[in-house]
Design a protein around this ligand. Sequence first.
Ligand code: SAM
Ligand code: DTB
Ligand code: SF4
Length: 342
Amino acid sequence: MSCAEAPTKPAGRPPEPAAPPRGDWSQAEARAIYDLPFPDLMFRAQAIHRRHFDPTAIETATLLSIKTGGCPEDCGYCSQSARYRTGVKATKLMPREAVLAEARRAKEAGATRFCMGAAWRSPKDRDLDAVCAMVADVKALGLQTCVTLGMLTPAQVGRLAAAGLDYYSHNIDTSPAFYPEIITTRTIDDRLETLGHVRAGGIKVCCGGIVGMGETIDDRIAMLVTLASLPAHPESVPINLWNPVAGTPVMDRAEPAEPIAFVRLVALARILMPASVVRLSAGRQAMSDEWQALCFLAGAGSIFTGDVLLTTANPARSKDAELMARLGLRPAALDAGATRAP
Ligand code: SAM
Ligand code: DTB
Ligand code: SF4
């Protein structure tokens, strides 16, 4: 462990500056960290986490599906692809007022970020007008704004930025090698291209992936190495445990993730991208309290709250509040910067 990662500060001296994030991790280096004895891996992850964040503060974001189902893409894990019989009913884009009402409810329930998701390959310009109005409304409530709408052109990014968008969520989902086994209607390079437009347009990037779709441990690590090799690390890295969806092709090949392997991956994300917020995302309702607690110890600093994610289940707010209380964790302040350690 380098001095820059040391968790304690020598008395009488100013704290050493955190090492600048690296963008040149190799797969072998990342695998060696992942395979460390568990106490060493957790110590290293926690030391880095405490250097960048307050470990007792958990950011809470709420999701709303503003346009559900009927998606032309073939993502093999997703309930919203029109190609699979998953029982999800396709809807039109929600009216602006209804979205605003949901955002108000999320704010009253304590969320700091409101993330709106639409099941599109990419938005039509007419739809983007409506989403820009929603972003402006939600921003005016004092919430951080996030949308996930599929692939974007630079011009579309510009319009979202002008509307006040803080984050764009666009996952790479898995490793470059495993990607074509899960999605064939676009490539991982298409995904990276949109991420480049988002970054160039000055919007913060939320990008992560899914665990438990039948990928190998090396695929999971390669996914994180890909994220850590981007020109700048994503500000947010969601790690989703695949939420089983009957009718999707992944249902036939998924392997339930082993909890310790999942925690190791969270710790690795924390170490490879030290200043990024690692978000424990889908699949929490399948995790025990102890599993989630280990994820927080490994450096996860954010969760989605509310009974549903986009179409699948999430723990009840009351259950999350009770777990946070037992762990002595508190919601992060509205400004994400406030979660940073002093
Ligand atoms: N259509 C947009 C897109 O693909 O970016 C936005 C919505 S999409 C549902 C957002 C992300 O949710 C996906 O990239 C994937 O990582 C995650 N996701 C979708 N279905 C999931 C599931 N069943 N379990 C876990 N994560 C899932
Ligand atoms: C992310 O990585 N997970 C969130 C958010 N980013 C957009 C979405 C999870 C969706 C889980 C499946 C569903 O509820 O339909
Ligand atoms: Fe469509 Fe997004 Fe689901 Fe893929 S993950 S099918 S793009 S909604």
